[in-house]
Design a protein around this ligand. Structure first.
Ligand SMILES: Nc1nc2c(ncn2[C@@H]2O[C@H](COP(=O)(O)OP(=O)(O)O)[C@@H](O)[C@H]2O)c(=O)[nH]1
Ligand SMILES: [Mg+2]
Length: 676
């Protein structure tokens, strides 16, 4: 056995697709380590992780939870991450601070694709990771098949570290390929060491050879030994396995059952011996050259009711003590968590994960230090918004409170954002999908007791004209004392797309006195807020060419009214047309789905501009598309459902485009209805 790194508490993230059994695995690990006396279950809602009301209601993890515990003489912090792709910001932030990731998978080849985005993230950040194939108690498919499918989505060679012992369909134990020892599994009890069954010897030899050959690719000495038929010492094999894992050259694969507590101690022992220390995290974050006596990376912020704000951080160097000032803010309360259970501690040593109390100004992603001068160069940007809903407080009186609560929610979850849409007057909540937003709204209700109404956002249509018109209008009123008089001739002309609005005058001889001309422009602009079709008008020029005034009765107000009248009367003859916003969308999918995207896009009145292999993404394509904004809503939902949940996109507003025909008429009719 190799000597293990004694550098302090270590940290592992449990990640993987929704429902693969991550929360159950953590529970099983805590049970095996003696950190809980009785195992909770997802069904009963009493697991250490998933303590929030939203998690219990949905029986799924909606945010990460931290569990600190000891195993043998080591301290560990495990972070259970939600699996839903809509909540992946949590996992991304957690993964940046851990020493190792445990990727939990279904024992099903057809579901391997679901881990692809996660593996790509781990590889691109060189985060050491192992795969744990769970639910071996109910699987009927072979480990081989699952492994092959997983290899198809992994950029690193997978190294199977054990093989199953089968009895008919069921799995009764495993053989460790390094020690070549066999174990018989017992439900909820430790495994028994048994003699290697004859039925597995051939398979064992073959799998062991494959394992050795893979690691020999990274070690010439080992390769030589294999070529010369020398059996390498188990120290050599262990050293290679842990070095390759630490450098993210290989991905060891284990299997078991979180439900029955099989393969769990095996996994814990591997982690104990092969997990690197915190130094590799410092390097990953880009902080190596910026050493300071005490540093900690913040990866999560939570507003926890009466406790106030909790800032979760991994201590990267030194010891953090309660009361210490970091980045100009005092740590007021220091806690070690076991799920929702908080233990007050006085010191968080290097390597540990702790919750720091009441650091109100400190945001997720911050590097804490006494000088407060550090930033993690490689901290990931928040995920870009994919789906939105227009929201408002059901009670008017809650509007101010809503804005405060939303800001807290965004602090807790950087993949949420809000936008006040200038054109439609709506407040939009943006996130990673419909469920993500529904969970956020449920949290607003449970944490801030606020009822929110939500609906599909309006599309900010505009309109323009296709024909020039000259128009005369006179505003004249004779009521009582002072009259009103303004008279204008204007030319209304279309302009090129994107030109906006222009106002000119060609008045000579003071037929409209200079001081009234701004009022004419004012009147025109006022009208353009809502054109003949009911939408803001763009890309027109208006020129004041002639007019008349009255020495007593003319005024700014009268000229403004005359200009509005001229627009109102002239514009309907200008052949108005609706403009719809078009977005530029970069859709990323595994290339087996690229042809499906074509259908998805044409079904949404979109246009494919081209596609290419996505750089750095094994077997993924990036498809460039133009899509009307009205078709963007729900795109992520359809995209995920046609790509086994993994497709995604980035988008930006591109241009306005004429929108005609029946769908356009419907938009105009709906707007007219809404105005009545
Ligand atoms: N049969 C079986 N079911 C499991 C196993 N692990 C988890 N489950 C079940 O799978 C479901 C999802 O588990 P959970 O831990 O919440 O998955 P997570 O979404 O990855 O955290 C629950 O109903 C668990 O009881 C396992 O090893 N075997
Ligand atoms: Mg979970």
């Amino acid at each position: 056995m190799p000597t293990k790194d004694k550098s302090g508490p270590r940290c592992a993230a449990i990640v993987g697709p929704y429902l693969s059994g991550k929360t159950s695995l953590l529970e099983s690990i805590l049970f095996a380590a003696g950190a809980v006396n009785r195992k909770g279950t997802i069904k009963e809602g009493n697991t250490v992780s998933d303590s929030s009301p939203e998690a219990q209601k949905r029986q799924m993890s909606v945010e990460l939870s931290v569990a600190n515990f000891d195993y043998l003489d080591d301290q560990w912090a495990f972070i259970d991450c939600p699996g839903s792709i809509e909540l992946s910001q949590e996992a991304i932030n957690a993964l940046m601070v851990v020493d190792i990731a445990i990727v939990v998978c279904e024992p099903d080849a057809s579901k391997a694709l679901a881990v692809s985005p996660l593996l790509i993230f781990l590889e691109s950040n060189a985060i050491p990771h192992v795969i744990f194939i769970n639910k071996m108690d109910i699987t009927t498919s072979s480990v081989r098949e699952t492994l092959e499918a997983l290899q198809g989505v992994s950029g690193r060679p997978l190294v199977l570290r054990e093989i199953p012992i089968r009895d008919g369909e069921g799995i009764t134990g495993h053989v460790d390929l390094v020690s070549e020892r066999a174990f018989n599994w017992n439900a909820h009890k430790p495994s028994d060491l048994i003699q290697l069954p004859d039925t597995v010897t051939d398979r064992e030899q073959q799998a062991r050879t494959e394992m050795l050959e893979t690691i020999a690719d990274f070690d010439d000495d080992l390769l030589e030994q294999l070529l010369e038929d020398v059996t390498p010492s188990s120290d050599t094999v262990y050293d290679n396995l842990s070095n390759d894992l630490r450098q993210d050259l290989i991905v060891p694969v284990f299997f078991g059952s979180a439900e029955n507590d099989n393969g769990i101690v095996r996994l814990l022992k591997v982690l104990r011996h092969e997990t690197p220390g915190v130094d590799s995290v410092i390097e990953r974050l880009g902080l190596s050259s910026a050493a300071q006596p005490v540093t900690a990376q913040v990866f999560k912020s939570v507003y926890a009711g009466h406790t106030g704000k909790l800032t979760f951080a991994r201590v990267l160097s030194g010891d953090v003590s309660d009361g210490m000032a970091l980045n100009g803010t005092r740590v007021s309360g220091l806690y070690s968590n076991l799920g929702a259970k908080q233990n007050k501690i006085s010191k968080a040593p290097v390597g540990s994960v702790a919750a720091f109390g009441r650091m109100d100004e400190i945001m997720t992603g911050t590097v804490l230090s006494e000088a407060g001068t550090l930033t993690a160069e490689n901290w990931p940007e928040p995920l870009k918004p994919l789906f939105s809903m227009a929201i408002h407080a059901a009670e008017r009186a809650d509007e101010v409170k809503l804005s405060g609560a939303l800001h807290k929610l965004m602090e807790e979850d950087p993949s949420l954002s809000i936008e006040s849409n200038h054109d439609t007057g709506e407040m939009l909540l943006w996130g990673q999908g419909e469920m993500h937003l529904l969970i956020s709204l449920a949290r607003l209700k449970s944490a801030y007791n606020m009822e929110i109404s939500s609906h599909r956002p309006q599309v900010p249509y505009k309109e323009t004209i296709r024909k020039p018109v000259s128009q005369h209008a006179r505003h004249k009123k004779q009521s009582g004392g002072h009259g009103q008089f303004g008279d204008v001739h204007i030319d209304i002309k279309p302009m090129t797309r994107g030109a906006g609005f222009q106002f000119n005058d060609t008045i000579t001889g003071g037929v409209v006195p200079k001081n009234y001309i701004p009022a004419v422009e004012h009147g025109v602009k006022d009208y353009l807020k809502r054109g003949p079709l009911g939408f803001p008008v763009v890309d027109v020029s208006v020129t004041l060419t002639d007019g008349q005034f009255h020495a007593v009765d003319s005024s700014d107000m009268a000229f403004k009214a005359a200009a509005q009248m001229a627009m109102r009367e002239g514009m309907p003859s200008c052949n108005p047309v609706l403009l719809e916003p078009i977005c530029l969308v970069q859709i990323s999918v595994p290339n087996e789905f690229t042809s499906k995207i074509q259908r998805l896009v044409s079904g949404r009145r979109g246009q494919i501009l081209g596609f290419d292999a996505k750089t750095g993404w094994n077997n993924w394509d990036e498809v460039s598309v133009q899509l009307p904004q009205s078709e963007m809503h729900g795109l992520i939902i359809d995209l995920r459902s046609s790509t086994q949940g993994v497709g995604s996109f980035e988008w930006s507003y591109d241009h306005l485009q004429e929108f005609t025909g029946k769908p356009a008429d419907q938009v105009v009719a709906a707007k007219a209805d809404a105005a009545h």
